[in-house]
Design a protein around this ligand. Structure first.
Ligand code: 3NM
Ligand code: MG
Length: 526
């Protein structure tokens, strides 16, 4: 019989982290009142007698709230206080021995840092695994590399079909919990059963509030699962996408959303001008110190790593976190990510820190981001003919990163992980000026912001995977720039690349809904 345990908010104790003057038992009880669903007593240096005493008293408190108590590492202590189970690490007592010693029906959990650990845990038939460390943490000195939010999903894959539960641990706080939950998902869409937290609860003066905050985020997230399948079941047609593009286009003109862009020094001016031409309002702020304030203004965030330096990286990390918290769409342009290890590491750090709504790149960039060698890049440019099967590629990458992916090229492909849309607009002149890809990023961000300003459940906006709203926004951003390029050349005002850039800005400025309808080529591939 399977044990019905609620792993959703798993408190691991840490008496050394209590604020000065805060009583351990009081803190424990308050955290239970705040919504902790399972407790692990973790005592690393305490003598056995004291450990047993703490465990027994903690057990009495947990019993009052009907919350199971797990003991870290020590089977004897668990037996002594009749705890619900034991949690072991990779260098502790082997799981089969633990299981032999504990009463039948006890819970056994094990810490896993990598795929090999998970495979062994599955083989051992544990009840749950703790995956970590997801984020950096000061609570425990770590002996293995960070798993990262996106790394958790890979380990969850290995649990498919086993019935083994999983919690993530390490550096989880109310500020990154939503990102952790969104990002830590298996290929077929299984989410974490819970998150384990030490300092965000224990180090708080008010552990009840701290736990309640975390609990509210978890419950809201879990409730959203029911929204998304309903959306997917509404089939989206090419006409439906075009209609949404027109609605968003009108919303941009009407609301002039703030498009916060942390972009490269090569294109900053023209990206700002293109944003203005579309009717949105650019701000090119880069300091981490102003990211929280900017996140409060409705709009969207664009992060472009074209001329990456450490100073702007700090701003990028902060900007996305705040945008996630404010439920603002985030667009990532991984410019030249294949060019250097520094860029690759940074993109991984960014994607592990916040949830993006849309990733846009050329074939070389998206190949580097996804780790395939099928397409190579030279600096910021893609080399060769692109992917053999671009449709499957964008769909898979969208699933993996749980966001909308835009693959730019002669034909542009956009996918939310379910649908793939092919866009056939554009002009070869776009390839002859610098920063046309970056301008496409600005246009996508403007459309994401326009979409977010329309009346619908704003929770859906930041949700990446299978998000038809953000899919339509990305299609709109690419389409208006490409149609404007066609119209710029058709205007007869283009004598070279310089006049092309001016004519492109003019055409975008003057673009009407009727122009979009008559020029747009939007085709659903699947
Ligand atoms: N185990 P906090 S990380 C106890 O990676 C523990 O297995 C980890 O503390 C692992 O929530 C960790 O304060 C500490 O970051 C988590
Ligand atoms: Mg241990």
């Amino acid at each position: 019989m399977s044990k019905q345990i609620d792993y959703s908010l798993y408190l691991v104790t840490g008496r050394e982290l209590l604020p000065p003057g805060k009583d351990y038992y009081e803190s424990l009880e308050e955290s239970l009142q705040g919504g902790v669903t399972i407790v692990q007593i973790r005592e690393k240096v305490t003598e056995t007698r004291e450990f047993v005493e703490i465990a027994a008293k903690s057990k009495a408190i947990c019993d009052k709230y009907n919350v199971p108590l797990i003991i870290n590492d020590r089977v004897d202590v668990a037996l002594a206080v009749n705890a619900s189970g034991v949690h072991v690490g990779q260098t502790d007592m082997p799981v089969d021995v633990v299981k032999r010693l504990l009463p039948i029906g006890s819970i056994v959990g094990v810490s896993c840092n990598n795929l090999d650990h998970v495979k062994v845990a599955v083989n051992d038939g544990v009840d749950y695994i703790g995956i970590g460390s997801v984020w950096s943490t000061k609570t425990k000195s770590l002996t293995s590399p960070l798993v990262g939010v996106r790394g958790v999903g890979v380990l969850l894959d290995a649990l498919e079909g086993t019935g083994i539960k999983a919690v993530a641990i390490g550096g989880i706080k109310s500020t990154n919990l939503l990102r952790t939950l969104y990002g830590a998902v298996s290929q077929i869409g299984h989410i974490l059963d819970g998150v384990a937290v030490v300092s965000d609860i224990v180090a708080s003066q008010n552990p009840q509030n701290a736990a309640a905050n975390l609990s509210a985020i978890i419950h809201k997230f879990k409730a959203q699962k029911h929204i998304v399948p309903a959306m997917i079941s509404t089939p989206l047609t090419s006409e439906g996408v075009l209609k949404q593009v027109l609605d968003i286009f009108a919303a941009i003109k009407k609301t002039s959303p703030l498009i916060h862009q942390i972009t490269n020094t090569v294109v900053s001016t023209q990206s700002a001008n293109i944003t203005l031409a579309l009717g949105a309002s650019p701000i090119m702020a880069t300091s981490a110190k102003e990211m929280q304030d900017l996140s409060k203004i409705p709009g969207a965030l664009l992060v472009n790593i074209g001329t990456l330096v450490d100073d702007t990286k700090e701003g990028m990390l902060a900007s996305g976190l705040y945008a996630n918290l404010a439920r603002k769409p985030v667009v990532l342009d991984p410019v030249g990510v294949g060019a250097s290890q520094y860029r690759k590491d940074t993109i991984n750090e960014l994607l592990d820190t916040w949830q993006v709504s849309v990733i846009k790149g050329n074939a070389g960039e998206l190949a580097a981001l996804s780790g395939t060698s099928e397409v190579e890049s030279k600096g910021v440019d893609s080399v060769g003919d692109g992917f053999k099967d671009p449709i499957s590629f964008v769909r898979n990458l969208a699933r993996k990163e749980r966001c909308v992916v835009v693959l730019t090229g002669k034909v542009d492909y956009v996918s939310d992980g379910k649908l793939v849309v092919a866009l056939h607009n554009g002009h070869e002149m776009l390839g002859r000026i610098t920063g046309s890809g970056c301008m496409a990023g600005s246009c996508i961000a403007s459309f994401c912001a326009g979409q977010a300003s329309l009346p619908h459940d704003d929770e859906i906006i930041t949700r990446g995977f299978a998000n038809q709203y953000m899919l339509c926004a990305a299609v709109g951003g690419i389409t208006v720039l490409n149609v404007a390029a066609e119209m710029a050349v058709a205007s007869g005002n283009v004598r070279g690349t310089g006049t092309f850039l001016s004519a492109l800005t003019d055409a975008l400025c003057q673009l009407s809904p009727a122009d979009i309808v008559s020029h747009a080529s939007i085709r659903i591939c699947t």
